[in-house]
Design a protein around this ligand. Structure first.
Ligand SMILES: Cc1cc2nc3c(=O)[nH]c(=O)nc-3n(C[C@H](O)[C@H](O)[C@H](O)COP(=O)(O)OP(=O)(O)OC[C@H]3O[C@@H](n4cnc5c(N)ncnc54)[C@H](O)[C@@H]3O)c2cc1C
Length: 339
């Protein structure tokens, strides 16, 4: 294994922030991973695991060891005529994995097409889009316990998924590395979900009436490409904030002042689109220094000039949080992992 010193992470994070790691290595097997974790020189430093770097914001150089997980491989187990278990190692690219499943005509992940990042990171924040989350098809994941270096299996319940949440983002944070993930997918009679977002109108544009899972994927890809900035062109990490859920009383209070506020029921709470709140505060398309809120999607903060530091992006996000709090009394929470 090649451990590199003072390694630039600019290409390892989709924000394109130019920071360095004291040490950096790519890990391609569990053996390599445990070997490096047993190394007493490595144990002196803090550790950071990276997948595709599409949900992190580095605010400073990382004075520790960054390990990029490149474990590869996909396997399948046919359960019956209707269902199949598909297992992917952590380092497989998420979108390529979704396309592999669609190529086999396995249904369940099509609405999650084109989400950046790796399969191993998908349970971290229970990735979701267009009415689907991975928790809908997730069966289990294998993780390495960083304290004991023993491989453990986490079932659905143990992962305790929530909206952009799981045990790995809360009490399990920094304690486990996800090594592989297993999904249960359909082989026929797929559940087609087109009611969310602009999928139906995009399918109409494509001239499709009774969509296949492959056509749903195509529609999702088209919508995402037209709405979201491509990190290869302009640095970003997708939605920077979560959509807040607020108590009914608070919602009714705010609604008196803003009757047009979009909202959705969420159990006892009411979910409000963070993008709408940010836009109402005048941030859409606004640029300060090297950082801006994206002109088509205010929830996305972009490295507009390509020269932004992580600190600048972070400060920009703080200004947004403060102005939303002042105008609506609602506290936005960052979705992106701040390092
Ligand atoms: C343009 C764009 C659009 C996006 N759209 C969506 C969307 O629609 N829905 C959505 O949910 N997300 C979206 N995201 C966010 C991002 O794609 C997901 O959060 C993705 O799962 C991150 O994967 P990654 O491998 O890049 O994670 P990284 O950024 O590499 O890591 C994220 C966090 O997970 C930790 N980590 C990484 N790998 C492991 C592992 N194997 N085990 C334990 N911890 C690990 C890291 O230390 C870090 O804290 C978008 C991002 C971009 C740039």
């Amino acid at each position: 294994m090649n451990i590199q010193e003072n390694y630039s992470l600019k290409k390892q994070n989709t924000f394109g922030v130019d920071v360095s790691a004291k040490y950096f290595a790519e890990v391609t097997s569990l053996d390599e991973l445990t070997q490096i974790l047993r190394n007493t020189s490595v144990q002196k430093f803090k550790l950071l695991f990276l997948g595709g770097g599409s949900n992190v914001l580095f605010t400073q150089d990382f004075e520790g060891v960054v390990l990029q997980l490149n474990l590869k491989g996909i396997s399948e187990k046919i359960l019956n005529e209707d269902e199949v278990l598909v297992t992917s190692k952590a380092g497989e690219n998420w979108h390529e994995f979704v396309q592999f499943c669609l190529g086999q005509n396995y249904g369940g992940l099509e609405n999650l097409s084109l989400i950046p990042g790796n399969v191993g990171t998908s349970p971290m924040q229970n990735i979701g889009a267009y009415g689907t989350e991975i928790k809908d098809t997730f069966v289990s994941c294998k993780v390495l316990n960083l304290e004991t270096l023993v491989v453990e299996e986490f079932n659905h319940e143990k992962c305790d998924f929530g909206y952009r949440e799981s045990i790995f983002k809360r009490e399990g944070k920094g304690k486990y590395v996800i090594l592989e993930v297993t999904f249960k997918l359909t082989r026929k009679d797929h559940l087609i979900k087109t009611e969310y977002g602009a999928i139906q109108s995009e399918l109409k544009n494509l001239g499709v009436e009774n969509p296949t899972i492959q056509e749903v994927s195509k529609a999702v890809i088209n919508i995402r490409q037209s709405k979201l900035p491509d990190p290869k062109v302009i640095g970003n990490a997708g939605s920077f904030f979560k959509n807040p859920s607020i108590p009914m009383e608070q919602f009714l209070e705010v609604q008196k002042r803003y009757p047009e506020m979009p909202h959705y029921p969420n159990g006892n709470l009411v979910k409000v689109p963070a993008g709408w709140l940010i836009e109402q505060c005048g941030w859409k398309g606004k640029q300060i220094g090297n950082v801006a809120s994206h002109e088509l999607q205010s929830l996305v903060i972009v490295n507009k000039t390509g020269l932004a530091s992580g600190k600048e992006v972070f400060d920009f996000s703080t200004m947004i949080i403060e102005s939303v709090k002042e105008k609506f009394g609602i506290e936005l929470e960052r979705e992106v992992n701040i390092i």
